[in-house]
Design a protein. Structure first.
Length: 350
């Protein structure tokens, strides 16, 4: 049997030291630790109360009452200390975290379309107004779609490894390459769609070239194709002159210089008078007064025949342009690498 007086004494000692620890706690952790130590499951008070069973019955209730009184008293002390700690936290934050509302806001810099994406979409949009619907094709192609179907003879130099990226995909069929033009997508369109056809094929193309201010191993193209009945070169010129006027925002003199592409016959390069010096010669046009903008031509009948489109019934024209080139001309960018270096000082100018 334990003397109840001993329990009472233990309770009072516990109350003092508990109050001391709770009141002197300088952080939430210290306060929490003090509460655990005295009022927790395994706390001092619980320990003392376990002794209650060993004191004479008539004293037990009274002691129990005292113990509960001390418990709620200590919990009040705990609550007050917690509130005062939170108050001092707030004051500290108010002192340290004061916001100088006169400071300019850190506006979220809104990003914007990459100049290449903007230019590519602008070109697609212009041809859309003339009824050319965008058509997508894969960037990884077989030699058939990238070369054979486009009338490239087997020994054509652009088939060489130093011009085209060959993947090491072992295939029983034609080799697999990274497309070097979006013409391959146009071939897929001619297989999928029946004439009349009026499409643009835009996207990334790859050429195994060294990097410099004018060349990059990947770039973007927009090519166009129109297959219909009795299509003539005049319609091709009209379509492209209209494009030039809308793209540069003013009518420009143009000239079609004979050229050669395996997939078009006749073929031409389209030059426009330099929109920056109106032909008098400047840095942009290398003082030539003319700018080479794109290539075009009437679709070679071999290409049509190869895709089971009867050249006696259907014919057409096609054109192709480099998006980087048209963006560099329009924005006066002199180094193609700016488009890929992701330097925000360059990109934020657009
Ligand atoms: C099919 C038939 C004909 C697409 C064409 C060009 C001329 C051309 C170059 C411009 C700059 C490539 O990016 S560039 O270096 N392209 O000059 N492309 S005609 O002719 C086609 C395509 C598909 C079935």
């Amino acid at each position: 049997m334990i003397e109840s007086a001993l329990i009472e004494q233990q309770l009072n000692e516990m109350r003092q030291s508990a109050q001391k620890s709770l009141c002197e706690a300088n952080s939430h952790n210290e306060l929490e630790a003090a509460r655990q130590e005295y009022l927790g499951q395994k706390g001092v008070l619980t320990g003392i109360l376990r002794g209650l069973g060993q004191i004479d019955k008539d004293r037990r209730a009274a002691i129990g009452q005292v113990a509960n009184q001390i418990k709620s008293e200590l919990e009040n002390v705990y609550g007050e200390r917690k509130a005062s700690l939170e108050q001092s936290d707030l004051e500290h934050r108010l002192k340290t975290e004061k916001i100088d509302v006169t400071l300019p806001g850190r506006g979220k810099k809104l990003g914007h379309m990459h100049p290449l994406s903007e230019t590519l979409q602008e070109i697609e949009q212009i041809f859309l107004t003339m009824g050319f619907l965008p058509f997508e094709g894969p960037e990884v192609e077989t030699e058939y779609y990238n070369f054979d179907a486009l009338n490239f003879p087997p020994e054509h130099p652009s088939r060489d490894e130093q011009d085209t990226f060959y993947t090491n995909i072992e295939t029983t069929g034609p080799a697999v390459v990274l497309r070097c033009h979006t013409s391959s997508a146009q071939v897929r369109a001619m297989q999928k769609l029946s004439p009349p056809i009026r499409i643009t094929c835009a996207g990334r193309v790859y050429r195994n070239e060294e990097i410099n201010a004018r060349k990059y191993p990947l770039f973007h193209q927009v090519e166009g194709l129109l297959i219909d009945r009795d299509v003539n070169f005049g319609q091709l010129k009209g379509t492209l002159n209209h494009f030039i006027r809308l793209y540069f925002g003013k009518p420009l003199k143009t000239r079609f210089r004979p050229d050669f592409f395996p997939f078009t016959e006749p073929s031409a390069e389209l030059d426009s008078e330099c929109p920056f010096c109106s032909g008098s010669g400047c840095r942009t046009c290398g003082n030539k007064g003319w700018l080479e903008l794109l290539g075009c031509g009437m679709v070679d009948p071999n290409v049509l025949k190869g895709l089971n489109i009867d050249p006696e019934v259907w014919n057409g024209f096609a054109f192709g342009m480099g998006v980087e080139r048209l963006a560099m001309l329009k924005y006066g960018v002199t180094d193609i690498r700016h488009f890929y270096n992701n330097d925000v000082r360059f990109l934020e100018q657009f």
